[in-house]
Design a protein around this ligand. Structure first.
Ligand code: MN
Ligand code: MN
Length: 333
């Protein structure tokens, strides 16, 4: 009797991130792409990021000597890129949200490949609905805390501010006005951020106290002055590097985490292929170690990797770096 189902060895491999072709029953993590970059403010092209990561993943090994693990053994299914309604940002976010929602309803972990950073908002809305207590760990060169960018609220430059609103909607309101003198303390770079935060405790003006912090940023080295003023009393920001991440992992033990990785947190010498490159970033090793720590120690319930912009990756090294980031994260789960 003949069986007209093709053996798995004959599947077109290039359709998925390498070895991420497990059955939907077995898969615990669902990879999917959101090829969207309509709000990119500087150099467009991140919409090609997810496809490039998938394609170029075959250039690296599925085995990681760092972790002594292989993607062959990992329960991951890559479902490909979403078909998005380009030109209608709110609709695109709703589409990402609906898809993420379905993954969560199946009790699996959504792993989103951008696209520009705004795609995070769609996924996070769904994750937050399922896990209202979720906190965000955000790696980026940019704070992404603007209230608007040139009058646009749904912009990649505002994405973490929008996520904050999702978290604190109806709970906290943004009323605080910080004075510039205290901002200078933060911008000095040497002041421990938590120390500054503690000064805000008990103000009763709607600002978030240190104990209520639910967004933890790392690697930040660029933003408008207003972002840092606002951020000082609403998020925890580690400037320039990933210092303190191990302590955070201990502190957040057992807490549900949404992890968002804007790849421009890497130095442009390592990762030139991105829309808004920002010199002074972290090394690949620092990022790899940080991500492994987060994915191993924290209860990551959703994540994304974004802002690879292949048209500006003339050497191809940025795409390879992105592939390796994705591999190490998948293996660390
Ligand atoms: Mn960025
Ligand atoms: Mn960003």
């Amino acid at each position: 009797m003949t069986n007209n189902v093709l053996p798995k060895s004959l599947y077109p491999k290039y359709d998925a991130f390498m070895e991420c072709d497990k059955s939907s029953e077995d898969a615990r993590i669902i990879l999917f792409g959101a090829p969207f970059d309509s709000t990119t403010s500087y150099r467009p092209g991140a919409r090609f990021g997810s496809a490039a990561i998938r394609r170029e993943s075959y250039g690296i090994e599925s085995y990681s000597p760092y972790q002594n693990k292989d993607l062959i053994d990992c329960p991951v299914l890559d479902c490909g890129d979403l078909e998005l309604s380009m030109g209608d940002t709110e609709k695109v976010l709703a589409q990402i949200e609906a898809y993420t929602d379905e993954i969560l309803q199946a009790d699996k972990i959504p792993f989103l490949l951008g696209g520009e950073h705004l795609v995070t908002l769609g996924a996070f809305r769904a994750v937050h609905r399922k896990y209202p207590e979720v906190v965000i760990v955000h790696l980026d060169a940019h704070g992404d805390l603007r209230d608007d960018y040139l009058g646009v609220k749904l912009s990649h430059a505002c994405v973490i501010r929008r996520c904050w609103e999702v978290m604190y909607d109806g709970v906290k309101r943004d009323k605080v006005m910080c004075d510039d003198a205290s901002l200078d303390k933060v911008m000095g770079g040497e002041v421990a951020y938590d120390k500054v935060m503690h000064e805000k405790v008990g103000r009763g003006d709607g600002s978030v106290s240190a104990n209520d912090l639910r967004i933890f940023q790392y690697g930040i080295r660029s933003g408008a002055r207003e972002e840092f003023v606002w951020g000082k009393s609403h998020v925890s920001t580690q400037f320039y590097n990933l210092d303190g991440l191990a302590e955070l992992a201990n502190r957040l033990k057992g807490k549900q985490v949404y992890l968002t990785v804007d790849l421009d947190v890497l130095d442009p010498s390592v990762f030139p292929g991105t829309g808004t490159p920002e010199p002074g970033g972290i090394s690949f090793e620092e990022l790899r170690k940080g991500l492994t720590l987060i994915c191993q120690k924290m209860a990551v319930v959703g994540c994304d990797v974004n802002e690879l912009c292949p048209p500006y990756d003339s050497s191809g090294i940025s795409t390879v770096a992105a592939c390796k980031v994705v591999r190490e994260m998948l293996l660390a789960f």
